[in-house]
Design a binder for this molecule. Structure first.
Ligand code: FE2
Ligand code: FE2
Length: 266
């Protein structure tokens, strides 16, 4: 199974910080079409737009529409801190919602359950997972068969990527969230997230995770006590997860790469 994980396109009608998010998103989509037509799932984990406005959502929809993606590449979308839940729902009228109106849903494919969650809270860049949303997740996990592999998709990072003191905008209910996953005793395989615009991978309490950079603005981690993170002239990317019976491999696709020379099998 192959999963395409793109995040943080930050669609806007103009350049932001000198970079055109629309041009880069289109290049990423063209790269996906060229190289990953066979993917089983395509997800975009939030910050769909930069300002959460109708014009930008309509622009996003028209870009995706123009690419005429096959059914297997129809994007599974969640929202991030730069999105506006109500305006998003007005523009994505067929998006699935939980019973409280949060953008949370799941999709089953073969022996796998993909759970998409909503960590947006208006007027803050930090991630929030309130009790209503936690209850929904507990319920879905409890209903999931022990034989199903579970994959979680979210916008905000569920752990600090460098240190807690420099993670003011990550998920705020980290312990509650982790405990929901661990207490479920279900087969949770991996967490896919975005938000920090940093390529990362690792594990916590035995659950592996990964994040790609944004397709728009590429940020880099800082390991001192002085800075939260930084920007740099480096490649944007999206991730490709390859899942087999006994393995999960995350590749990073730097879709602006040039001078490619493929080696044939000996
Ligand atoms: Fe973002
Ligand atoms: Fe974000």
């Amino acid at each position: 199974m192959k999963i395409i994980h793109l995040s943080d396109p930050h669609i806007y009608t103009d350049k932001i910080n000198g970079i055109d998010p629309v041009d880069r998103f289109k290049k990423a989509l063209a790269h996906i079409i060229e190289h990953h037509q066979d993917a089983d799932l395509f997800t975009i984990t939030g910050d769909i737009t930069d300002l959460g406005d109708k014009e930008s959502y309509q622009l996003f929809l028209s870009i995706v529409n123009d690419f005429n993606l096959p059914n297997n590449l129809e994007p599974q979308i969640i929202i991030g801190n730069h999105d506006n839940r109500e305006i998003f729902k007005e523009n994505f009228t067929s998006i699935k919602l939980d019973e409280k109106g949060f953008i949370q849903y799941f999709k089953d494919l073969k022996n796998k359950r993909f759970i998409f969650i909503d960590t947006n809270l208006a007027n803050t860049h930090a991630g929030h997972y309130c009790e209503d949303r936690q209850r929904w997740l507990k319920n879905i996990l409890s209903q999931t068969s022990y034989s199903h592999e579970i994959y979680i998709f979210m916008h905000h990072n569920p752990i600090a990527l460098v240190k807690d003191s420099s993670d003011g905008i990550g998920l705020q209910q980290k312990d509650q969230f982790k405990n929901i996953l661990l207490d479920s005793k279900k087969n949770i395989k991996h967490i896919f997230f975005g938000h920090q615009h940093i390529t990362s991978s690792g594990s916590f309490d035995g659950i592996t995770f990964s994040s790609p950079r944004s397709t728009w603005s590429t940020l880099i981690p800082n390991f001192s006590n002085k800075y939260r993170e930084g920007s740099a002239n480096t490649d944007p990317n999206y991730n490709v997860a390859i899942i087999n019976d006994e393995s999960l491999i995350i590749h990073t696709e730097d879709f602006l790469k040039t001078d490619i020379n493929w080696f044939t099998e000996e």
